[in-house]
Design a protein around this ligand. Structure first.
Ligand SMILES: Cc1cc2nc3c(=O)[nH]c(=O)nc-3n(C[C@H](O)[C@H](O)[C@H](O)COP(=O)(O)OP(=O)(O)OC[C@H]3O[C@@H](n4cnc5c(N)ncnc54)[C@H](O)[C@@H]3O)c2cc1C
Length: 310
């Protein structure tokens, strides 16, 4: 069985010397802030938190930790719902919030090079005026590094895929400090082992992401959304099947049970009808094409006995 060491005074002195003084902490509040994510899993405090600002710092810290058998846990913004950023073995939490630059936007290539601490909503704000966006949308204020580690998906996955479908290249630091480049900026490349897709979704267990090249898509010209109620899950499921089969290509699709709707009404005071409900969003190149799509979706939902279709 693998044994880990607790941090001693020498470790703390050595680790402190690897980053500027404001980027190393053993303070109670910082340890508490990095002891739990948004899940119900039991909190576990790390022994220290470090905020690396360069890939070389990440490499140096991992190499030192490996040589000294100190556990390391990556941290984006701690928004996970599975407990995976919780440092269950203590040791060091590497918080990537200071490694947060958008390094390059290559609009003509539909690509962005980013550091792992970039929050995806902030990236999308910077891209708005270029007519592009990064589609995976888990809903939380998550970092690109955390989303890659989790292969995060969300409401728009039905059309655009998950994070995995939007990462072309990664720079990773392995446990021994080695920096590995996987994938490529060229999409027509298929030779060799697919290490990129092994690393995406590995939850920080195979290495730390220090840079990523993301694949972007064009912002649609027209949007439309509909909230539609059904008498049963079967009826709503039947409507989803027909919408997909007809190739209407919804951009977002979520089915909520009556219990969820009740909860939303209680928390947000929305006054939604309490029933099985489909939330749908459609994207299109223009209003005319979108109106046609909505007409077809309306017809399908009515065939399945939906309530009012807006
Ligand atoms: C309201 C809400 C709704 C959500 N809905 C969805 C959903 O519909 N679909 C879905 O898939 N997810 C959903 N999520 C979860 C979502 O996937 C996570 O919130 C997100 O991926 C975590 O990002 P983070 O930056 O907070 O990472 P953290 O939570 O901090 O970390 C996540 C994992 O990534 C590792 N990690 C962090 N940074 C790095 C790095 N640089 N290198 C290597 N490993 C790293 C951590 O060790 C941990 O294992 C939802 C979350 C919330 C709060």
């Amino acid at each position: 069985m693998m044994t880990f060491k607790r941090l001693n005074k020498t470790h703390i002195r050595d680790l402190k010397s690897m980053v500027s003084p404001d980027r190393f902490s053993t303070g109670e509040s910082n340890l508490d802030l990095h002891a739990k994510d948004q899940s119900r899993h039991k909190p576990c405090r790390p022994e220290a938190v470090m905020w690396p600002a360069t890939r070389d710092e990440v490499s140096g810290i991992l190499q030192y930790a490996d040589n000294n058998r100190i556990p390391i846990t990556g941290w984006g913004s701690g928004s996970s719902l599975e407990g995976n950023p919780i440092p269950v073995k203590g040791g060091i939490v590497l918080d990537f919030s200071r490694l947060n630059r958008i390094l390059d936007l290559r609009v003509e290539d539909f690509q962005a090079d980013v550091e792992p601490g970039v929050i995806y909503q902030d990236l999308n704000k910077s891209l708005r005026h270029q007519g592009l966006f990064f589609p995976p949308d888990p809903g939380a204020r998550a970092t690109i590094g955390g989303m890659i580690a989790n292969n995060a998906s969300g409401t728009r996955t039905v059309r655009y895929g998950s994070t995995r479908d939007h990462v072309l290249r990664l720079s990773m630091v392995l446990a021994n400090g080695q920096i590995l480049e996987v994938g490529s900026r060229v999409s027509k490349s298929s030779s060799g082992y697919d290490l990129l897709h092994l690393l995406i979704g590995s939850e920080g267990t195979l290495g730390m992401v220090v840079e990523a090249t993301l694949r972007l898509v064009g912002l649609p010209e027209a949007y439309s959304a509909a909230i539609v109620t059904f008498s049963s899950v079967d009826a709503a499921g039947g409507a989803v099947y027909e919408i997909m089969r007809a190739g209407l290509d919804p951009a977002a699709l979520e089915m909520l049970s009556p219990e969820c709707i009740e909860l939303i009404n209680r928390e947000e005071d929305l006054g939604l009808a309490v029933s099985t409900t489909l939330f749908m969003e459609f994207h299109g190149p223009g209003k005319g094409q979108l109106a046609e799509t909505l007409d077809m979706a309306r017809e399908i939902c009515h065939e399945k006995g939906c309530g009012e279709f807006p």
